[in-house]
Write a protein that binds this ligand. Structure first.
Ligand code: BJW
Ligand code: ZN
Length: 232
């Protein structure tokens, strides 16, 4: 499972900690239906700013190491809390997005309309007259049931659960490593800082994902970068 920290070295800011604020607001004030109702233009500015950052960001060695691990493992599931597409651009297949994706919008009044393109208006409006909103999961909203069910099944049955770059605070995603640990999986954390699950981990790699993940693969005898001209 990954969180914002794996994309930090690609230049995408994390939510909490230094640099996690935006215009002085906490993520909870922006990534919530209440925050959107209070000031939709502000929320749209935040998302446009983030879309711009992700558009020019490149996957880093941490993202690439996870694609190599997927290549080598008999079964592998990557559940990310991130809304960026850096795992996909690194070559990961079948990534599960627990909190949606940064691109795309949908009706804020749930008429069912989705708009995959990036709307150009400052306050884009749905065909039903309501405002469009980013197609992501905000605080107080349910995570996609099928995605979470798949991730839970993987947590219940995996041999090892790698938790990379997340503060492991936001539910229900934060529950996945605990489910895996309770089911007997080896729990490995990659994070420069202690988190809510550090004490429960069998192995803690205290460092940045882009250096620790390739090092972990080398210790497992797996080359951390694709050989030759790259993946097909
Ligand atoms: C590095 C690194 C490097 C730095 N290498 N690492 C009280 C108790 C328990 C729960 C709740 C509660 N009150 C409310 C709740 C529920 C709430 C919740 O969990 N809140 C907690 C904050 C307390 N959860 C929800 O509301 C969820 N929904 C829900 O519960 O629904 C119930 C329901 C059921 C049925 C019907 C209806 C409702 C939804 C949560 C959605 C979260 N959404 C966001 C925004 C997504 C869209 C967007 O991106 O804009 O998801 S919030 C934000 O936090 C985002 C992230 O995915 C998520 C997690 O953050 P993450 O990834 O862990 O980032 P950070 O910044 O916290 O941590 C980064 C880490 O990286 C740090 O540890 C660094 O050290 C590390 N790092 N550099 C490796 N180079
Ligand atoms: Zn609508």
């Amino acid at each position: 499972m990954t969180g914002a920290g794996i994309s930090a070295e690609s230049g995408v800011p994390t939510f909490r900690g230094a640099g996690g604020l935006w215009e002085g607001f906490r993520p909870e004030e922006l990534a919530s239906p209440e925050g959107f109702d209070a000031d939709p233009a502000r929320v749209w500015r935040w998302y446009r700013w983030r879309r711009g950052i992700v558009a020019v960001a490149e996957p880093n060695a941490g993202h690439r190491a996870l694609t190599r691990l997927e290549d080598q493992a008999d079964t592998f599931l990557l559940a990310t809390q991130n809304v960026d597409d850096l795992h996909e651009r690194a070559g990961s297949r079948g990534v599960i997005h627990l909190h949606g994706r940064l691109t795309g919008s949908r009706c804020s009044r749930s008429c069912g309309a989705v708009a995959p393109e990036d709307p150009s208006a400052a306050l884009p409006v749905c065909r039903c007259g309501a405002l469009l909103r980013p197609d992501v999961v905000w605080f107080g909203e349910a995570v996609p049931g099928d995605a979470f069910a798949k991730a839970t099944r993987a947590a219940e049955t995996c041999e090892a659960c790698l938790v990379v770059g997340t503060s492991a605070l936001v539910q229900p995603a934060a529950n996945l490593p605990w489910i895996a640990a309770r089911a007997g999986a080896l729990l490995i954390e990659v994070n420069p800082e202690p988190t809510a699950i550090s004490d429960r981990c069998d192995l803690v790699l205290r460092g940045q994902a882009a250096s620790e993940l390739p090092r972990l693969l080398e210790r497992m005898g797996i080359s951390p970068e694709p050989a030759g001209p790259g993946r097909v």
